[in-house]
Design a protein around this ligand. Structure first.
Ligand code: RP5
Length: 189
């Protein structure tokens, strides 16, 4: 069994009903140093009650583990992979080469990165046929939202949760506008 840790929906999350007990999303990263960024993806999945697993898989330090993880992912019930890496981040692309599951790449501005730009390019510039859906630098939360959007294509509960989430985003902006206006801010709308 590949993963070190596995998490399912917890009571008190956005919806206490788990989609299923089997992890649907695999969060992987090249190093423990990536965890402070990648944990944001776990937080979002937990809020939406999506079961996930999270572990370290290094393409250059544990290459065989990476192959084993990618090749077994679909059979183990995972539906989407979120892969983070810094520097010459080959983890998302290499994992994508070993599975037909969608892989969402999170470029990380790590100590070895050129401000994260090297990681961005290594993910978005994948050769034709083996894409990595790349989010912004350090944007692990967005990777999780995108993963949930993919799962929501065939899951009405998640689709409903996403609609409500969008409403909360809108309401937050509208409240901010009201507060700004109360403070004397004059907009033209
Ligand atoms: C990459 O190298 C990892 O994804 C990490 O972002 C970066 C630095 O790794 P450590 O040297 O901190 O282990 O493989």
């Amino acid at each position: 069994m590949i993963p070190d840790t596995s998490t399912t929906a917890v009571p008190g999350s956005a919806d206490d009903r788990p989609v299923t007990e089997t992890p649907l999303v695999g969060i992987i990263m090249g190093s423990k140093s990536d965890l402070k960024i990648m944990s944001a993806a776990a937080d979002v999945l937990r809020q939406f009650g999506v079961p996930f697993e999270i572990t370290l898989v290094s393409p250059h330090r544990t290459p065989h583990r990476m192959v084993e993880y990618a090749e077994s992912a679909r059979k183990r019930g995972l539906r989407v992979l979120i892969a983070g890496g810094g520097g010459a981040a080959h983890l998302p692309g290499m994992v994508a080469a070993f599975t037909i599951l969608p892989v969402i790449g999170v470029p990380i501005n790590s100590t070895t990165s050129i401000q994260g730009l090297d990681s961005v390019l290594s993910m978005i510039q994948m050769p034709a046929g083996v894409p990595v859906a790349t989010v912004g630098i350090d944007s692990a939360a967005n990777a999780a939202v995108l993963a949930i959007q993919m799962l929501a294509i065939h899951n009405a509960r998640l689709a409903d949760s996403l609609e409500k989430y969008r409403t909360t985003l809108k309401d937050r902006v509208m409240r901010t506008i009201e507060e700004l206006r109360k403070g004397g801010f004059q907009d033209d709308v």
